[in-house]
Design a protein around this ligand. Structure first.
Ligand code: CMP
Length: 390
């Protein structure tokens, strides 16, 4: 069997594609994802079950064996991902070792590494509560498969200023309420309000309203401060919940799958861009999945976006006859460039994943990345020409 550098590189590329969703619709990728998800869920369920003495006694050996099996698979998955890391478009310019080290520090890989920790811990210490805790961390591995979770991370990052303001407000209210209560009833109830840390603990409980504090205000002023604190607490928690909730809803509505760096880097139109420009695009492009037969664009309507095909295929009912476009192609640029209605109807001929570039972002991109702009113009010109000829 050939095991030369070319073969190894080809294999590495293939492993990367399969594991890191190079092609989303590949059955092998889906199968591997499905098996890994099932193992994570099964492993967490087994860990929970193992804490019940009766189940541990009856099925302990089987559950332990299952856990070892899971760890073996997770370890193989981890090693394969690290090994294939130099294929990552953003790390390709590094030496393989540096690429792997950089990849190992990404959040998802850190979670994968954490998922392997319980076994050595178990072998070294056998501190059962600690092992349960660390084993249950494996649940976080599911983050890889949840577009919604990836979205939350991005959302927290983008709303960090508003969230920081919420935290500052919360601590401001907490300190004020604690200081007021300490001043009013500190002498009356020294065991609960005698110093600021005690009063702050009372204020935290009142703000979060977690089951009520053991403290009953003795003075009218104390009751008024308590009532105001509880009401402010509702506001303090409602604010960040509203910020995250609204952003989350907006994002979920607009995204059907996670746009990855690899997905964008593979689009021929962006082939010459550097890593920073591609990373920017990852944030700009929206994901949309359409089923076979769905009309993505209808002739005559107003153009509001351009589409890039991440996987799948579409058919364009152009005046010169039907035109098929596939993975890596784009369409929907003519209406944006000419500000005229859509020139043709575009239909998905199989389930298709699209990267959507909104009109505003498209126009900004044409200015910011003149090479990409020129390429789009050139292809658009050819399309106009072939439509005009017919
Ligand atoms: P737009 O007019 O915005 O919407 C329909 C899209 O179909 C159009 O942009 C082009 O991207 C694409 N299109 C139209 N005619 C052709 C053609 N002859 N060849 C390839 N693509 C076309």
């Amino acid at each position: 069997m050939d095991t030369g550098p070319d073969y190894r590189e080809g294999l590495r590329k293939r492993v990367f594609e399969v594991l890191e969703h190079g092609r989303r619709r590949e059955p092998i990728s889906r199968l591997i994802d499905g098996v890994l998800i099932a193992l994570v869920v099964g492993n967490v369920a087994a860990t929970v079950a193992y804490t019940v003495p009766d189940i541990a006694q009856a099925h302990g050996a089987g559950l332990r064996l299952f856990d070892r099996f899971c760890v073996l698979i997770f370890a193989a998955e981890y090693v394969a991902r690290i090994w294939a890391a130099p294929e990552h478009p953003m790390l390709g310019h590094h030496q393989p070792l540096r690429a792997r080290l950089a990849f190992a520090t990404t959040p998802l890989m850190a979670i994968d590494a954490l998922a392997l920790v319980p076994l050595p811990l178990e072998l070294a210490f056998s501190q059962w509560p600690l092992i349960v805790l660390t084993r249950l961390v494996r649940f976080l591995k599911l983050a890889r498969y949840s577009p919604a979770l990836a979205t939350i991370g991005r959302l927290i990052a983008s709303e960090r200023r508003a969230l920081l303001a919420c935290i500052i407000i919360f601590f401001g209210v907490l300190l004020t309420a604690a200081a007021a209560m300490h001043a009013v009833e500190g002498d009356l109830q020294p065991h609960l309000l005698g110093d600021m840390p005690k009063a702050m603990w009372w204020a935290a409980i009142m703000l979060a309203k977690i089951g009520g504090s053991e403290l009953v205000p003795l003075t009218t002023l104390g009751r008024i401060i308590s009532a105001i604190t509880v009401m402010l607490g509702i506001g303090c928690f409602a604010l960040p919940v509203a910020i995250i909730g609204r952003g989350f809803y907006e994002e979920i509505r607009r995204r059907d799958f996670v746009v990855t760096f690899a997905m964008v880097a593979r689009v021929p139109l962006f082939a010459r861009l550097d890593a920073a420009a591609i990373a920017d695009l990852v944030g700009i492009l929206r994901a949309r999945t359409v089923p076979a037969g769905a009309a993505i664009i209808s002739k005559g309507e107003r153009g509001d976006a351009m589409y890039l095909i991440a996987s799948g295929a579409v058919e364009i009912g152009s005046a010169s006859g039907p035109v098929r476009l596939g993975e890596g192609d784009f369409f929907g640029e003519l209406a944006l460039l000419s500000r005229e209605p859509r020139s043709a109807t575009v239909i998905a001929i199989k389930a298709t994943d699209l990267l959507v570039l909104e009109a505003d972002d498209f126009l900004r991109l044409m200015v910011r990345l003149p090479d990409v702009g020129a390429k789009v113009q050139e292809i658009a010109q050819g399309r106009r020409f072939s439509s005009a000829l017919s």
